[in-house]
Design a protein around this ligand. Structure first.
Ligand code: 2P0
Length: 335
């Protein structure tokens, strides 16, 4: 019965994902439509658990983030997302949102991906919206484009879509990439867990608007994507790693060429990248990717993960290391 569901609200869990083919740049900021397709691996660590409970009319929405009341831009983004869910559901009740992250937020470790994926699943359920996974990914995308991919487990592709307005919204969604026998490790070297100097949102805008390299990266990313899909089907870690690494470095190159430059990579990042190169010289398949932050994620065989973790840990002072592998899609826990 509806009343009972409303009482306890809906709780969902989602995990972050790391893009092997990156999303960078929006062609529609309001609808959050990417310029390029992206492809990622959802992780088995750092879940976000979010509860959305409807509260009586007349109250304000409340947003709790890891036990403290969210404010400013963070709160605004959640409320704008709730407004969208309410509009889709034809409902008006305010909500109390409680979200728990087990990963440092805004540190380039995809907390917005797990965050908005969990909020999409919990929010839709709380407001009685029955959405299939494709529609949930479309909804999650409105919060953060990378969140569309976290609706699905293991490997997922997010389409940039075609057209403008409603057509763009409809055609930009994520779906699973079925990959039978590819289960690598992803060693995450956290060189700095503090918040990033520039939000991805602002950095994307600046890159698209001012970087002379942006168009050529977007073009080369198309070729990277089809090469990546073939490599995944072959279960070819060397090829997957090489393509992921060049795609990520290319993305950072477009940012470095923005005016003024957006530079997320730090000396510690470069030290870890050097250690990854040395691992390859020593015969290990190890490949790096970096997002909107200085942390490095190293793709390698499960069997080599301990050795890789040790090496990258020693490469940068104060660096902490955690090893992930492919994980599950977002799902409802209660509701
Ligand atoms: C990605 N990143 O594909 C890329 C690669 C970071 C680098 O998606 O503006 O938080 O909310 O859509 O998803 C991080 O940006 O950005 C991101 P919005 P998001 O994973």
């Amino acid at each position: 019965p509806r009343e009972k569901v409303l009482d306890r609200g809906a709780t969902a869990v989602a995990h972050p994902n790391i893009a092997l083919i990156k999303y960078w740049g929006k062609r529609d900021e309001r609808l959050v439509i990417p310029y390029v397709d992206s492809l990622s691996m959802t992780l088995n660590i750092f879940p976000t658990v979010t509860t959305v409970r409807l509260v009586p009319e007349g109250q304000a929405d409340t947003v709790m983030l890891d036990g403290t009341s969210a404010s400013g831009e963070q709160r605004q983004r959640v409320i704008a997302f709730l407004d969208l869910v309410r509009e889709m559901a034809g409902r008006t009740e305010p909500a109390a949102v409680d979200t728990r992250n087990s990963v440092p937020t805004a540190a380039g470790l995809a907390s917005s991906a797990s965050g908005f994926a969990a909020l999409a699943v919990a929010g839709a359920a709380a407001y009685g919206l029955a959405l299939d996974p494709t529609a949930l990914s479309r909804l999650a995308r409105r919060g953060s484009a990378s969140a569309a991919r976290s609706i699905f487990g293991a490997f997922a592709i997010c389409y940039a879509g075609r057209g403008v307005g409603a057509a763009a919204d409809l055609s930009s969604y994520a779906e699973p990439v079925p990959v039978a026998k590819f289960d690598p490790a992803l060693v995450i070297a956290m060189v700095n867990a503090g918040p990033k100097p520039v939000s991805s949102r602002a950095a994307m805008r600046r890159t698209v608007g001012t970087s002379p390299l942006y168009r050529s990266w977007a073009l080369s990313s198309k070729a990277d994507l089809s090469d990546m899909q073939a490599a995944l089907q072959r279960g070819d870690l060397e090829a997957v790693g090489e393509i992921a690494e060049r795609n990520a470095l290319g993305m950072h190159a477009t940012m470095l060429a923005a005016r003024p430059a957006v530079r997320y990579l730090s000396p510690a990042t470069v030290a870890v990248l050097d250690s990854v190169l040395q691992l390859r010289r020593d015969g290990f398949a190890a490949y790096a990717t970096m997002d909107a932050g200085p942390n490095v994620k190293v793709l390698c065989h499960q069997a080599d993960a301990a050795r890789v973790a040790d090496t990258v840990h020693g490469a940068a002072a104060g660096c902490s290391v955690v090893t992930a592998r492919r994980g599950p899609g977002a799902r409802l826990l209660i509701g």
